[in-house]
Design a protein. Structure first.
Length: 379
């Protein structure tokens, strides 16, 4: 395992994210499979992973519980646990103390090694900066009391939103977690965000290195391009090799859903093999060809706010399919759904859009989806 230094701490370069834990029924929204999670944590600890990342809303609150339980088998000083204040939901803004105490209880911990303002974005920047909620004051107090060792923030928002946050709180931040991969290097201006963080001397934590699995498997054409320059490198490993080439990256979080994914990623992080100039150009070519799809990462924030209870990530996945096929697969998939779960059931309330980290105009997509589905399938 590769390790990175952070303020005297030795952090595993690969961290285990707990947003996409294995479930008993195989569905993303299903019950968390505690036995599998415990097996994965045991393997991760054995192979040197010491950084674990959870959040208040992951798996409807069960992530914190299950990860905490799995880590109880190890000495507290042998791992680092990160959690977050759920400001992606504005209803939580006045509840920082209540939620923080609940998180400690859920995880069974006395303190968090790393704690973050969760998802600083267009939706919540005004509230995060508004001192009347007392969020920063409370978290600073918990840090002074030793219940938070290191304070940072995660951001899915635009570059200017990050700038506003850092202008006010930059001196209190110790690290920043951003969505970064070779697809988002330009699409979400990850390159400029890294430059901004360098100005504040903040190390980078990476989330969505595989873009919700989108970079774990490529088209045969794009896979061939990469095989030509590194025949033995697996497709998912390319995403991590890209990140190993970005200065300032300290911890890369991967939301691994099974033991096999964990094993493969740990194998990748047994050594650093950053990409060279030629390889970087190839990756940017691959990214350019993929950028005509919607940037959904299946975080499922949208589903908890949909009054129609639509499986929005799945619908967006099928919508993307329309760009790669003749529509036959999508027609079959939608046809198998109950009427009340199809794109036509969207009422355009935009509640989902208010919490979408990717800022996808979901209501417009659903309307377009309905129109596209009226087109005849060409074989």
């Amino acid at each position: 395992m590769i390790y990175k230094e952070f303020q005297g701490n030795k952090l595993s370069a690969l961290g285990m994210g707990a947003m996409r834990l294995p479930t008993t029924n195989g569905e993303p929204s299903g019950p968390v499979d505690e036995k599998q999670v415990a097996e994965m944590v045991d393997y991760a600890m054995e192979k040197g992973i010491n950084y674990y990342d959870t959040a208040y809303g992951y798996h409807d609150g069960k992530s914190e519980v299950v990860i905490g339980k799995a880590l109880q088998n190890y000495p507290r000083e042998s791992f680092y646990l990160a959690d977050k204040f759920p400001g992606y939901d504005l209803a939580n803004m006045g509840k920082v103390e209540e939620i923080f105490e609940e998180q400690l209880k859920r995880t069974g911990m006395d303190y968090f090694d790393f704690y973050l303002f969760h998802n600083v974005c267009e939706l919540n920047i005004e509230q995060y900066l508004d001192e009347k909620y007392g969020i920063m004051d409370y978290l600073q107090k918990q840090k002074a009391n030793g219940r938070i060792k290191h304070l940072g923030f995660s951001a899915h928002g635009r570059l200017d939103i990050m700038e506003r946050f850092l202008e006010k709180y930059g001196s209190s931040m110790e690290f920043c977690q951003i969505q970064m991969n070779y697809l988002d290097w330009k699409l979400q201006e990850a390159d400029k965000k890294v430059e901004l963080l360098q100005k504040y001397n903040l190390p980078v934590w990476v989330m969505e290195p595989l873009r919700g699995g989108k970079l774990a498997a490529l088209s045969p054409e794009n896979e061939k391009k990469l095989k030509e320059i590194r025949p033995d490198e697996k497709v998912p490993a390319w995403a991590f090799r890209f990140l190993q080439s970005v200065p300032g990256v300290t911890v890369t979080l991967s939301g691994m859903s099974n033991l096999q994914q964990l094993k493969e990623n740990i194998d990748t992080y047994s050594e650093e093999k950053p990409v060279n100039k030629e390889e970087m150009e190839k990756l940017m070519q691959v990214a350019a060809e993929m950028l005509n799809i919607l940037p959904c990462t299946s975080c499922r924030y949208c589903t908890s706010h949909c009054p129609q209870e639509l499986d929005i990530p799945n619908l967006l996945f099928m919508y993307n399919e329309l760009h790669f096929s003749n529509g036959f697969i999508t027609q079959m998939g939608v046809g198998a759904m109950p009427e009340e779960k199809r794109p036509s059931a969207c009422i355009g309330c935009k509640s989902c859009e208010a919490v979408c980290p990717q800022q996808i105009k979901i209501s417009e997509i659903m309307s377009d989806f309905v129109e596209r589905m009226k087109q005849p399938v060409t074989l």
